[in-house]
Design a protein around this ligand. Structure first.
Ligand code: NAP
Length: 375
């Protein structure tokens, strides 16, 4: 039976007020991994209230003591690395070596943030006045909201959660709807490590409603968001209205430049991994290649041969190089970009029928083929 996940508020799983749930789909098999509840506006309020209560407790705990909880969480993450990586491949699709790396990044940032617990230094400076002493101290902000994308389902949440926690903040966390399970596992691990209940609260559901309610909530003091440019622009505008602090990490259009004196084999590997790693769905993915004219023909020929040799399929299998793209909307986005490229005069070197590796990845699933109208 598929498990249903509730909202995580006040240190426990609790029912959402909407009575609605969405399915968490494995992009390789298109089977449902779990159903996850959709938070309502009132649930976001509840999460903020819980976080405010959590903040009063957490911000009073000295930072080196907070660090001890993070150290314990890092150890649990390390012990459960393989289990989390396998779950991530099922939930998000990328190959197992990559999901292991994703969990490792969460482990590393957790240790790093724990170390910061003994380094939250302020500054002193000289004063012009005899009786004036000038110094800065680092103080927590309060209740902060973290909104994350699906392409690094545990690393990106950890990059936001651990620094926020070590600094003494309490959290309302809205994870991507394509990868809620990994987010909930991470939070469970923090609570198991001893994080006081209420310090971290998770509201799941669509960005357009739940995310929006979080961004616009008057008692949330700061937003840390990673995701698309358009959402990021909107969040920045909204935060300006209430002077919320905002941190944004958005999309990229990343070029690789290869000169004629480059180590071509090394550059080819870099481009191949940069472009097709995480099925091309990284913010840092290589999306443009600028080649010196002297090596252009040779480079393209060799890159094409390497791209054709990539094996596409189930990310859990050791022979797979590339897993599926995350969902149908992402697939359609890729198709749209290829169409635009062709309309603008670009030559499609790999594909048309067998297409790009990202497309092939998805087309290896018969149900996806049906969904996308390809059979
Ligand atoms: P997205 O649509 O902006 O979604 C990202 C997160 O924001 C999800 O949790 C989403 O919820 C939520 N969201 C959507 N609309 C919202 C709104 N109006 N208010 C508040 N939250 C909202 O981005 P995506 O396409 O899923 O994510 C991939 C993007 O992230 C790519 O552009 C990639 O380049 C970028 N990215 C950047 C970095 C970096 O470090 N710069 C790292 C990784 C990814 P739902 O999931 O429910 O829609």
């Amino acid at each position: 039976m598929v498990q249903e996940y509730k909202l995580f508020i006040e240190g426990k799983f609790s029912d959402s007020s909407t009575g609605e749930a969405f399915e968490d789909i494995n992009p390789t098999t298109l089977e449902s991994l779990a159903t996850v509840q959709v938070a309502g506006i009132g649930d976001v309020d509840r999460a903020v209230e819980a976080a405010e209560a959590g903040f009063l407790i957490w911000s009073e705990i000295p930072a080196p003591r907070r660090a001890e909880i993070l150290l314990k969480a890092a150890r649990i993450l390390r012990e459960r690395k393989e289990e989390l990586a396998v779950l991530m491949t099922k939930e998000m699709g990328k190959v197992l070596p990559e999901t292991r790396g994703d969990v490792q990044e969460a482990i590393d940032i957790t240790y790093y943030a724990a170390g910061e617990g003994r380094r939250l230094f302020g500054e002193t400076t000289t004063s012009e006045l005899k009786e004036k002493f000038c110094m800065t101290m680092l103080r927590p902000i309060g209740v902060v909201a973290l909104i994350t994308p699906w392409n690094f389902p545990i690393a990106i949440p950890a990059w936001k959660i651990m620094p926020a926690l070590i600094a003494g903040n309490a959290i309302v966390f809205k994870p991507a709807s394509d990868t809620p399970l990994l987010a909930l596992k991470l939070v469970e691990i923090l609570v198991e490590a001893g994080l006081p209940p209420q310090v971290i609260n998770v509201v799941t559901g669509p960005g357009g409603t739940v995310g929006k309610a979080v961004v616009q909530h008057p008692r949330i003091r700061a937003i840390s968001f990673t995701g698309s440019l358009d959402t990021g622009k909107w969040i920045m505008e909204e935060c300006a209205k209430t002077m919320k602090r905002v941190s944004l990490e958005l999309g990229g259009k990343n070029p690789v430049i290869v000169m004629d004196d480059a180590d071509i084999e090394l550059a080819l590997e870099g481009v191949l991994w940069g472009a097709f790693g995480t099925t091309g769905q990284r913010c840092t993915a290589t999306s443009r290649l600028i080649l010196h004219e002297k090596i252009k023909e040779e480079f393209i020929k060799r890159l094409l041969a390497k791209a054709k040799a990539l094996r596409i399929g189930d990310g859990l299998l050791p022979e797979t190089d590339i897993g599926p793209v995350i969902n149908k909307a992402q697939l359609e986005k890729i198709e749209r970009y290829v169409r635009i490229g062709k309309e603008e005069g670009a030559a499609l070197l790999l594909g048309e029928t067998d297409w790009t590796p990202a497309f092939l990845a998805i087309s290896s699933s018969p149900r996806y083929l049906r969904m996308s109208g390809l059979t």
